[in-house]
Design a protein around this ligand. Structure first.
Ligand code: ZN
Length: 244
């Protein structure tokens, strides 16, 4: 099976469509949460993903839009965008987001938004946090989003050695080595934060046992214009150019 693995679309339909066009053929989408929040197209993104065979878990911004999290836990700009998203959500989109689980186990993979230890909130940014989190799941591979940074963390079980894998990878990462376990992040579709404004996504091939991270340009100005039209915070508009 060939899966399109995406995360943190953040209601950015132009970026989501660019990824769908760039990804080639795939059997299903695995989405790691934060379908909405920040961007101008929450209902459209919820509708788009449902055109495909897919799994989707809940992220912190999805919960915020549903009123399941206190908006005071977010910074000012995120709070404004979340309050706007909450007002915009159609009953259909709301029901869809309400039904998302916080974790899904599928064959050799665990899907969560933040981390296996704390699926909604924890950011896995460094090796120390990755090392702790390897104790909190059983599967060979955990797929995470939330940081908006494409990266891999690996533990070599024989050597008890931990290391990071930062894309671009010279060739696809090989999965399926029983001596290795991994935490893999495909980066963010709709609001990258690694200094590269292009949308980020991954292709997981469970037959070839490979993981590839891709970047694709999208019309950032289309999303920015729609955000301006809705009066969304200036800083959230500007950061899309910067990829930060
Ligand atoms: Zn996010």
């Amino acid at each position: 099976m060939r899966y399109l693995v995406i995360s943190d679309i953040h209601a950015n339909l132009a970026a989501f469509d660019a990824v769908l066009n760039d990804a080639g053929s795939f059997d299903a989408i695995w989405c790691l949460g934060d379908l909405v929040g920040y961007g101008p197209d929450p209902n459209e993104c919820v509708a788009r993903i449902q055109e495909f065979d897919h799994l989707c878990i809940a992220g912190n911004h999805d919960w915020a839009a549903l009123g399941k999290l206190d908006l005071n836990q977010f910074n000012h700009d995120a709070r404004v965008a979340n309050a706007w998203t909450r007002e915009q959500l159609s009953p259909i989109a709301r029901a869809y987001l309400e039904a998302r689980p916080t974790r899904i186990e599928r064959d050799d993979f665990l899907l969560v938004h933040g981390s296996p230890r704390e699926p909604i909130w924890e950011y896995i940014l460094d090796l120390e946090q990755a090392a702790i989190n390897f104790e909190h799941f059983e599967e060979p591979v955990c797929l995470v989003g939330h940081t908006h940074i494409p990266i891999g963390f690996v533990v070599d079980l024989e050597l008890q050695d931990y290391y990071r894998l930062v894309p671009p990878y010279p060739e696809p990462l090989r999965l399926g080595n029983p001596k290795m376990r991994m935490i893999l992040n495909p980066g963010s579709v709709g609001q990258p934060r690694d200094g590269d404004p292009r949308a980020s996504y991954a292709i997981l091939d469970t037959d070839a046992k490979t993981w590839e991270v891709h970047r694709v340009e999208y019309p950032v100005e289309v999303t920015q214009e729609r955000m301006r039209a809705h009066g969304l915070p200036h800083r959230l508009i500007e950061r899309l150019w910067l990829g930060r």
